[in-house]
Design a protein around this ligand. Structure first.
Ligand SMILES: [Zn+2]
Length: 105
């Protein structure tokens, strides 16, 4: 897992360097990507501390749109799944879907 634009590891999250002493290639974790991931994780934490004070209605509206449009774009899923979630009031499944479709990967 790495940043696709990283010139050091080309997005692989690690790269190989020759170890001349033992005549092998050594796998090195990419610290640039690690630092960037850590920074984004930190920003998410801090941002969530701000957003925890937002109105639940506004947050649930935003999350609902992420789920509906995410499922609509996903050819392996159908909007009928949302109908089921609404009927069964399955909050956990809705949050799992928000987690999946909220990621830009
Ligand atoms: Zn990298």
């Amino acid at each position: 897992m790495g940043n696709p634009n990283c010139e050091k590891c080309n997005g692989k999250g690690h790269y190989l360097v020759p170890n001349y002493q033992h005549d092998v290639m050594e796998r090195i974790e990419c610290m640039d990507c690690y630092a960037e991931e850590h920074y984004k994780w930190h920003l998410s934490e801090e941002l969530s501390r701000v957003l925890v004070n937002a109105s639940p209605q506004k947050l649930s509206m935003i999350i609902s749109e992420i789920i509906v449009y995410g499922i609509d774009r996903d050819e392996n899923n159908s909007l009928a799944r949302i109908e089921t979630i609404i009927q069964t009031k399955n909050i956990n499944e809705a949050l799992v879907l928000a987690d999946i479709y909220g990621r830009n990967e």
